[in-house]
Design a protein around this ligand. Structure first.
Ligand code: P1T
Length: 383
């Protein structure tokens, strides 16, 4: 058996080998839709690029390697990956989801799959026992986002996985905010891990792509069948870019975490800032769980200026010069967002405010620039 690589080597080599044709060290971008057959049904493992593509295979092997998974599957976006997971179920099935989550995930569940008869309960999972009252014989999936977008709540994956096992429900973890550098949910008992690879994995804000990983062979087959039937697959160029991004994931994440910590502490001590949400702060309500299941605390944080009014927050995000006001996260450059009007606008105001997404909330994706420049930028914008 091949030696198992440590994480910082697996990002570069995991599941990879030089290409067979010319020994190219990076996998070629196999820009082809189809593959020659010698006689019908006889080919070299590839028939049609909706089903498989060698560049995609290289990426799927890479993500499986760094998530300690048996199988990886790549999709056109994070939402296409989630869409595929939700198509495992049938009308009448029930899902329990974290109450705070990416607005697009909420929209897919409530405005698309609701129509097809899936019943979804949104639950604050900070205390895992809260989930118990929603479990019944129709529960098929527990959907966990941790840390959550944008409130940075941390959910105990091991505790939720145990509940899922006990009730025969699958447990899926959206690992986008943490990335596999910080946590590997399959090792904690989850069945499915999802990534918007658009974020930390690709890491350069130049690609939209989604990934799933699983260990179970039968589950992988079902997901691959839905993937091939529906066709929400990425092109080879985007697979190549994501694969290239993954090779520096550990270096980038190290800096994202250091800069995230410095910005969180700066904001926490700022007299004009009321509240900072970052799991590394000792007064974060789920700090102990974060310490248990994450290797560090990441570069995503949210905060509310004193008073918490919309005008103050708008003026801060408009006055930032280095932080770019934009949706998305996880790229090398720092971004600021206003969840209520941007990434979470598809969640009704009353619903989002219940989970903490007030009009004054600002979300930061802290990049890997010199942190002093980032702090000076925040300083002038807050002033
Ligand atoms: O954008 P896409 O690759 O389809 O991924 C969707 C998605 C899934 N899960 C989480 C936790 C996410 O944050 C996202 C996308 N989020 C943003 C675009 C954002 O700015 O929050």
């Amino acid at each position: 058996m091949a030696k198992k690589l440590r994480f910082n080597s697996a990002t570069i080599h995991g599941g990879q080998q030089p290409d067979k044709a010319y020994g190219s060290v990076m996998p070629p971008i196999y820009q082809t839709s189809t593959y020659a057959q010698t006689t019908p049904g006889e080919h070299q493992g590839y028939e049609y690029s909706r089903t498989h593509n060698p560049t995609r295979t290289a990426l799927e092997r890479s993500i499986a390697s760094i998530e300690n998974a048996k199988h990886g599957l790549a999709f056109a976006s994070g939402m296409a990956a989630m869409d595929t997971v939700l198509k495992l179920f049938k009308p009448g099935d029930e899902i329990i989801s974290t109450d705070d989550l990416y607005g697009g995930s909420y929209r897919l569940m409530t405005q698309i799959f609701d129509k097809y008869g899936l019943k979804i309960h949104f639950v604050n999972m900070e205390k895992p026992d809260t989930v118990t009252q929603f479990l019944n014989d129709k529960t098929r999936l527990i959907w966990v986002e941790t840390p959550t977008n944008p409130m940075m709540k941390v959910v105990d994956i091991q505790a939720i996985a145990a509940l899922g096992k006990a009730h025969n429900a699958l447990v899926a973890v959206d690992n986008t905010f943490a990335s596999p550098y910080l946590q590997q949910p399959l090792d904690l008992g989850a069945d499915i891990v999802l990534h918007s690879a658009t974020k930390y994995l690709a890491g350069h804000s130049d690609t939209v792509l989604g990934l799933l990983v699983v260990n179970d062979d039968a589950l992988q087959e079902k997901l691959a069948f839905i993937q091939n039937s529906g066709g929400g697959v990425p092109g080879p160029m985007d697979c190549f870019l994501t694969l290239r991004g993954i090779k520096t994931l550990h270096l980038r994440m190290q800096r994202h975490c250091e800069n995230g910590a410095a910005v969180a502490i700066y904001l926490q001590h700022h007299p004009k800032i009321e509240k900072v949400y970052w799991p590394g702060l000792v007064d974060h309500p789920n700090h102990e769980v974060a310490k248990k299941q994450m290797n560090a605390f990441g570069g995503m944080l949210s905060f509310v200026p004193r008073g918490g009014d919309l005008q103050t927050s708008m003026s801060i995000v408009e006055n930032l010069k280095l932080f770019i006001l934009a949706e998305s996260l996880g790229g090398v450059e720092s971004l600021a967002g206003h969840p209520a009007s941007m990434t979470h606008a598809s969640i009704p105001k009353a619903v989002r405010e219940k989970s903490g997404v007030v009009d004054g909330l600002i979300r930061l994706s802290v990049g890997i620039e010199d942190v002093q420049d980032l702090i000076e930028d925040l300083d002038q914008a807050i002033a």
